[in-house]
Structures are given as structure tokens and as C-alpha cells.
Design a protein around this ligand. Structure first.
Ligand code: NAP
Length: 339
């Protein structure tokens, strides 16, 4: 007996339109899991807009009452205001939320924490887009205590830095990243390091402390970085990368995002263009490195639709570390030269 599930979609921009296409393309997979998926009219700002990148017959609405009929909410709108207001009432009704919105998760934890702790929230796409990190960190890697974690988390910043290595100016590289749909709106969220800090905050709560505060992420972005500095690094066998780190320091967990100089052979230096990398060091697992696409519509949609497949398979949402983990006393984390 096939179970019917109604999807309430919020947003049909870069990510949402790809989600719609992938939901359509994977219908037979959902059916093999025992679910018939129906997408309700998609909630957008302007339903009259021409949209030729979505499945034929997709309907749009500006009336958020449509969400009342949904069983599962996909949020790909972004921001911390209206998006939170829309999902909060649905979470209160016990519905499942699948979201790519790291800003909302990082900054409105006061509201979202209880729903995330009880497994209602799936958010793989919020960190490193389509590259699975929250699944492994809340699954297999939970058997390890965290010793340190480092990651390249901004597809936009990594794309800009890679293009500057080729000789592009900062401004030209940013414009290209925007044209490819990698950049946040506004792009200052990326280049100031805020977007990477949002993701690092999600990672800190998943790995070391469910109460890690957004205000405790120390952040410096790419502003003021010259092409000359990037090219000089390449000439010296180095790479400039924006790296987020969670490390033990003076008996506390310390989380920071900043541009650093890496040896060209370092695993974190291997992700070019919009790709992202996470290096997790656990006491039992040792060093685990995950690398893949970190921005873009389809790659982000792949994680959101993957979350739905996990939900149908009976896997709960991405739950944070149940309590603050012990800060390791005898572990010396890797230190990078900051720019
Ligand atoms: N782009 C990426 O590579 C990427 C990667 C990972 C995660 N994310 C996250 O995914 C989310 C969406 O990003 P995006 O790049 O897809 O954004 P986007 O292209 O700007 O799309 C936003 C969508 O939300 C709709 N919307 C905006 N305000 C609304 C409102 N008040 N009521 C109803 N709908 C509203 C817009 O409607 P209209 O179409 O009518 O304007 C649009 O369809 C963000 O949280 C972002 O951080 C993005």
C-alpha cells in the first residue's frame, strides 16, 4: 500500500527549482520506498514570474496557507526572518523540515534547537551543499570524540580564490561566482566569511556542543585580499584558503573562520573552484577527509532530496551532539599561518 506524502515547497530560486526537478526525476525511487510524492503549489514571492527551469505543470502561489496541507516542508528561501516564521508554525504542528538555510540554523537556534534535537530537522544541504558531512558526523563518526575539525566551507570564496590564482581580479571573480549561482544574496555574506561561519556554527553544534553560540564564532573574510598576495602564495608553493576550524584551546572549544596560507599539498588545498573539503579528526576514527561540490542549484538539491530519501528510509533528522563533549587535554591541533 503506497503512502501519499504532500510536499510544501518554500522558494523556487537557484536551489528550489533544482529541488523541483529532482523530486520529479526520483519519483520512481520514492515509490520503491513505498511513498507517492505530490508537490503542492510552490510558495514564492512573485507567482507571476516566468519560470522555464521547473517541471511542466508546476504551480506557484504567494499564499502561505498552502503549507497547512503539507506533510513535509522543503525550505529553500533563505534568510532568518520570514523563512523562520513560515517553518516555525509547521514544526510546531510536528511536520518534518528539510532545509538548506544555514543562516537560520546558526542565528535562530533559540527557536530551532528543540525541533533539531528531536530529529524533525534535516539539514545536510546547509553545510557543504551536496557533499555529505552532517550524515556521517551524526552517524558513523559519532563513535569518535572530536579532536579537531577544519573545513573549506564557502563555495563562493573558494571559487574567487581559485580564479584569483589564475590572475582574475577579486571583483571579476566575484561577478563570475554570482553569474554561476554560487553566491549568497547579498554576496557580502560570502566574502565577509559570514556564510562559512554559519556553516561552522552548525558543525560545532553537531560535533562538540549543542549550545555553541553564534556569537562565539570568530570570523574574518576575504575583504582587502589582493590578487598580488594570492599570486605570491602560488609562487611560494602555497595556497590561500578561507578555512573554518573547531579546535581545543585553553580548555575550551574555539571556532574561527579566516584566510590562511596552506602548503599546496595539504588536503584542504586540494579543493579548487566551488568545491569544499572537511577534515575531521576523531579519537577513534583518525583523520577523515570529505570533499565535493559546495555550491550550486543541483548539487544543493541533491542533499535536500537525499534527506527525503533518508526520511523515507526511517533515518531521523540531523541531531546535534546530545551534550557538550569533553575538550581533549593532550591533543595539539594543527595550526595554520593566518593572513
Ligand atoms: N545557491 C546555492 O549555491 C546554495 C547552496 C547551499 C545552500 N543555499 C541556501 O539555499 C537557500 C536558497 O538559496 P537560493 O540561492 O536558491 O536563493 P534564491 O535563488 O534567491 O531563491 C529564493 C527563493 O525564495 C523565494 N522567496 C523570497 N522571499 C520570499 C517570501 N517572502 N515569500 C515567499 N517566497 C520568497 C523567491 O521567490 P521569487 O522566485 O518569486 O523571487 C525565490 O524563489 C538559502 O538559504 C541559501 O543559503 C544556497
Amino acid at each position: 500500500m503506497m503512502k501519499r506524502v504532500r510536499i510544501g515547497m518554500i522558494g523556487s530560486g537557484t536551489v528550489g527549482s533544482s529541488v523541483l526537478g529532482l523530486l520529479e526525476a526520483r519519483k520512481s525511487l520514492f515509490e520503491s520506498q513505498g511513498y507517492k510524492v505530490k508537490v503542492l503549489p510552490v510558495l514564492v514571492r512573485d507567482p507571476s514570474k516566468t519560470r522555464d527551469n521547473v517541471p511542466l505543470g508546476t504551480q506557484f502561489t504567494a499564499d502561505d496557507k498552502v503549507l497547512e496541507d503539507a506533510d513535509i516542508i522543503f525550505e529553500s528561501m533563505g534568510g532568518t526572518g520570514k523563512a523562520l516564521e513560515l517553518v516555525q508554525s509547521q514544526l510546531q504542528d510536528g511536520k518534518i523540515l528539510i532545509t538548506a538555510n544555514k543562516a537560520m540554523l546558526a542565528e535562530r537556534w533559540d527557536v530551532l534547537k528543540p525541533y533539531t534535537m528531536n530529529g524533525q530537522v534535516y539539514c545536510e544541504a546547509s553545510v557543504m551543499a551536496g557533499t555529505p558531512v552532517l550524515g556521517p558526523l551524526t552517524g558513523t563518526l559519532r563513535s569518535s570524540n572530536t579532536l579537531e575539525l577544519h573545513a573549506i566551507l564557502s563555495g563562493t570564496c573558494n571559487y574567487i580564490l581559485t580564479r584569483m590564482e589564475d590572475g582574475a581580479t577579486y571583483e571579476a571573480a566575484l561577478a563570475e561566482a554570482q553569474a554561476k549561482g554560487y553566491a549568497e544574496d547579498p554576496p557580502t555574506l560570502d566574502v565577509a566569511g559570514t556564510d562559512a561561519a554559519h556553516k561552522l556554527c552548525v558543525l560545532a553544534r553537531i560535533t562538540v556542543d549543542p549550545n555553541f553560540a553564534w556569537a562565539d564564532i570568530h570570523t574574518r573574510g576575504l575583504e582587502g585580499l589582493s590578487s598580488q598576495r594570492v599570486l605570491e602564495a602560488v609562487r611560494n608553493g602555497k595556497r590561500v584558503k578561507l578555512v573554518g576550524s573547531i579546535v581545543p584551546k585553553n580548555g575550551q572549544w574555539h571556532a574561527t573562520v579566516r584566510p590562511v596560507l596552506l602548503d599546496a599539498e595539504h588536503p584542504l588545498a586540494q579543493s579548487a573552484s566551488s568545491r569544499n573539503t572537511m577534515l575531521f579528526h576523531g579519537d577513534a576514527s583518525g583523520i577523515v577527509i570529505v570533499q565535493g561540490g559546495g555550491a550550486g542549484g543541483l548539487v544543493t538539491a541533491s542533499a535536500m532530496v537525499g534527506d527525503l530519501i533518508d526520511h523515507f528510509a526511517g533515518v531521523t533528522g540531523h541531531q546535534p551532539s546530545p551534550e557538550a563533549t569533553r575538550v581533549p587535554q593532550n591533543h595539539t591541533p594543527e595550526v595554520f599561518a593566518e593572513l
